[in-house]
Design a protein around this ligand. Structure first.
Ligand code: KG4
Ligand code: ZN
Length: 340
C-alpha cells in the first residue's frame, strides 16, 4: 500500500446483521464479513430488538477478527475505525458504537460516525466512482427516499415516504401470504412467476412532488386477501405478488424519473435492501435508458444491497477526508436523519 492509501475498518450493527469490513480508499473492499441473524428472528415474524442486541454482543469480536484476517491486515494498517451510529435499533447500534470506541481507543485511531443511509448510497462507490451532481433512490426496510447529492458528502432529501417504507410494505404483505420474514425477496421471486391480474392503486403518482406513500397500497392488498378468504375464493399468490410489485415499481420509477429529469444529474444510483428487487432494477434501467440515456445508472450487486459494513467503510472515506471525527462520547442515534 502506498503512503496515501487510507484503510478503514468499518462496523455495521444497526439492525439484524453484524458486519465488519476493511475498505481501502473508499472504493476497494479488502473484506466484508456479514453475520445474519435472520434465522433467530424468523420464528417471531420480525426483528426482536433484544434478541438482535444479544447476537451482536456475541458476534462482534469474532467478526472484527475475521474481517482483519480475511483482509490479511493487522491494526497497524488501519487508519481509522468507522461505525454506523444511526438510524436503526438503539440496542443494536450501541453494540457497534461501543466496539468501535473501544477499538479506536485501544489502537489510538480516529473514530468516524457514519449514517446508515449514507452507507447504502456509498455502496455504489464500490462499483464505480460517484459523479456529481447525482440522485439516489434509497429503498430499504425502514426508508424510502430520493436523495440529491450536489457533491461528495452533501445530502438533500428531496422526497420520501409519508408512511410505510417500500420494504416494510413487502414484508407485511409477505406475512399475510404466510411467507417467512422478511418476505421481500420471496415476493420478488413470486412476482416473476405471476401476472398482474389485479389493479392496485398507484398512490401520489400524479402529485407534483417527489414523495411516496405505500400504506394505502398495503391496505388494499391486505383487504383483497381478506375478502377472498371470507368468501372462500382462491387467490393466486403469484398474481397477487406480481400485481403488488407492479404498483410499487411503477410509482418508484415514475417519481425517480420525474426528479432525475428536473435535476441536472450525471448519475442515478439505486440503494438499500429493496435495490435487490429484480423488477425495480430492470424497470429503472430500462426507463432511464429510454428517457434519459445520458445519465449513468448505477446499481450495486446483490451482496452490497442489504446491510453490510463495506458500504459504511465507503461512506467513511469521505468523512475521513473531511476530518469528521468523533470523541469517545459518541452515542447511538436511532432517528438520525441524512444530512443533519
Ligand atoms: O437495507 P436493508 O437490508 O435493511 C434496512 O436498512 O432496512 O433492507 C431490508 C429490506 C427488507 O424489507 C427486505 O424485505 C427488503 O429489503 N428486500 C427486498 C428484496 N430483497 C430485500 N424487497 C423487495 N425485493 C427484494 N428482492
Ligand atoms: Zn439498511
Amino acid at each position: 500500500m502506498t503512503q496515501t492509501d487510507v484503510t478503514i475498518l468499518a462496523i455495521e450493527s444497526s439492525c439484524d446483521e453484524t458486519s465488519v469490513a476493511v475498505v481501502k480508499n473508499g472504493n476497494t473492499v479488502l473484506s466484508n464479513v456479514v453475520a445474519s441473524q435472520i434465522k433467530s428472528h424468523m420464528r417471531f415474524g420480525g426483528v426482536v430488538p433484544e434478541v438482535a442486541s444479544r447476537h451482536h454482543v456475541e458476534q462482534i469480536t469474532q467478526i472484527v477478527e475475521a474481517a482483519l484476517n480475511e483482509a490479511q491486515v493487522t491494526f497497524d494498517a488501519i487508519d481509522a475505525v468507522a461505525v454506523t451510529h444511526g438510524p436503526g435499533l438503539v440496542g443494536s447500534l450501541l453494540i457497534g458504537v461501543s466496539a468501535a470506541k473501544a477499538l479506536a481507543f485501544a489502537h489510538q485511531k480516529p473514530l468516524i460516525p457514519v449514517n446508515h443511509m449514507a452507507g447504502h448510497i456509498y455502496a455504489n462507490q464500490l462499483v464505480t466512482p460517484m459523479r456529481y451532481p447525482l440522485l439516489s433512490l434509497v429503498v430499504s426496510g425502514g426508508h424510502t427516499e430520493l436523495v440529491y447529492m450536489e457533491k461528495d458528502g452533501s445530502f438533500d432529501i428531496i422526497g420520501e415516504t409519508r408512511d410505510d417504507a417500500a420494504g416494510e410494505a413487502y414484508d407485511k404483505i409477505g406475512r399475510i401470504l404466510g411467507l417467512p420474514y422478511p418476505g421481500g425477496k420471496k415476493m420478488d421471486e413470486m412476482a416473476h412467476e405471476g401476472k398482474e391480474t389485479m389493479h392496485f392503486p398507484r398512490a401520489m403518482i400524479k402529485e407534483d412532488n417527489y414523495d411516496f406513500s405505500f400504506s394505502g397500497l398495503k391496505s388494499s392488498v391486505i383487504n383483497t386477501v381478506h375478502n377472498a378468504r371470507q368468501k372462500g375464493d382462491d387467490i393466486n399468490p403469484y398474481d397477487l405478488a406480481a400485481s403488488f410489485q407492479a404498483s410499487v415499481v411503477e410509482v418508484l420509477v415514475h417519481k425517480t424519473l420525474r426528479a432525475a429529469k428536473e435535476k441536472n444529474i450525471k448519475q442515478l444510483l439505486l440503494a438499500g435492501g429493496v435495490a435487490a428487487n429484480r423488477g425495480l432494477r430492470e424497470a429503472l434501467s430500462a426507463k432511464m435508458a429510454l428517457e434519459l440515456p445520458e445519465v449513468e445508472v448505477v446499481i450495486p450487486p446483490l451482496s452490497l444491497c442489504g446491510d453490510n459494513a463495506a458500504m459504511i467503510g465507503a461512506a467513511a472515506y469521505t468523512e475521513y477526508q473531511q476530518k469528521h471525527f468523533a470523541g469517545y462520547d459518541l452515542n447511538a442515534h436511532p432517528g438520525l436523519v441524512l444530512g443533519e
